[in-house]
Design a protein around this ligand. Structure first.
Ligand code: NAP
Length: 283
């Protein structure tokens, strides 16, 4: 069997087109133009590249954007001061703090301080809590929301499916499990203490690999015909690889490329979240 592509680049393009159209119609009606504020602490080149991509994505859909760069020795108080200013700035729709931040930054304090209505990454405890309770009105985190939308737009059935997620982080695994549950999947969340990982993964109609371990999921661990989403970004010999071993594409029914699967969806969801945050805040 050769797996069908879960094409993150193509679905992300659809989302950008939809948001661009919505912004242009909104502005034509006299509505406000959404504005994304990005914050980068330090000079990590990979993080800087991610921020530039996000800035470019925002501009391309007709959003305004502002790019805040802080030195790597920035304190939590200094970052809090910027977050407070952006919270109060009515022109700012969404605030994205590029992670990881340097070690001295207390991201827990930052998460609490961020205006939940502008938290386009969905990590404020109010947004995380709404998701955990299955209540509407919050902002869903970009990577999990991107995974679910990629599956839905590709025609993969989530309702009633056995969904197995490998990885339980607050960033990826746990919120992905909650979003799948909200869509009526039967969810199993695996981690390093899971006994006999293969038994679980082999039961998955939808398998999400988010462990950050190259070659963790062999083809023998995949149910024939399953939809497999490879979230991880591991680097081997200068190349990005995920968690899947060789041959998974011959067993799976659907498969994300890596790169080109979840990464483009994550950035597209940031843009979608920013547009929706503006609509929720200013009508
Ligand atoms: P993380 O915080 O390191 O969490 C990894 C999770 O995987 C943990 O829950 C860990 O279990 C579990 N795990 C690790 N090894 C395992 C094993 N051998 N068997 C079973 N479970 C195992 O990572 P993360 O932030 O969730 O990110 C996961 C991966 O996705 C990373 O490669 C990251 O770079 C990538 N990522 C990609 C995107 C994107 O847009 N493409 C976005 C975010 C993250 P324990 O909890 O027991 O330690």
């Amino acid at each position: 069997m050769t797996a069908r592509l879960l094409d993150g680049r193509a679905v992300a393009k659809q989302i950008y087109e939809e948001v661009a159209r919505a912004i242009s119609e909104r502005v034509a009606r006299g509505g406000s133009r959404p504005r994304l504020a990005t914050v980068l602490v330090g000079d990590d080149p990979a993080s800087a590249q991610y921020v530039e991509l996000k800035q470019g994505n925002a501009r391309n859909v007709g959003m305004e954007s502002e790019d805040h760069r802080l030195r790597s020795s920035t304190t939590t108080e200094e970052l809090l001061a910027l977050v407070t200013r952006l919270n109060r700035d009515d022109a700012v729709s969404g605030i994205l703090i590029q992670q990881p931040t340097p070690i001295q930054i207390d991201m827990r304090r930052i998460a609490f301080e961020l205006d939940p209505a502008k938290d386009v990454d969905g990590f404020h405890p109010i947004n995380a809590g709404l998701l955990a309770l299955g209540l509407p009105g919050g902002v869903e985190p970009c990577t999990p929301a991107g995974i679910v939308l990629l599956l839905e737009r590709s025609g993969v059935a989530i309702e009633g499916a056995n969904a197995v997620i490998v990885g339980r982080s607050n960033l990826v695994g746990k919120p992905t499990a909650l979003l799948m549950l909200k869509r009526n999947a039967t969810v199993t969340l695996c981690h390093t203490r899971t006994r006999d990982l293969a038994t679980h993964t082999r039961s998955a109609d939808v398998l999400v690999a988010a462990a950050g371990r190259a070659n963790l999921i062999s083809k023998e661990m995949v149910k024939p015909g399953a939809a497999v989403v490879d979230v991880s970004t591991n680097w081997t010999d200068g190349h990005q690889v995920g968690d899947l071993g060789p041959g998974v594409a011959d067993v799976a029914g659907w498969l994300t490329p890596n790169p080109g699967g979840v990464g483009p969806m994550t950035r597209a969801m940031l843009i979608k979240n920013t547009y929706e945050a503006e609509v929720r805040r200013r009508g």
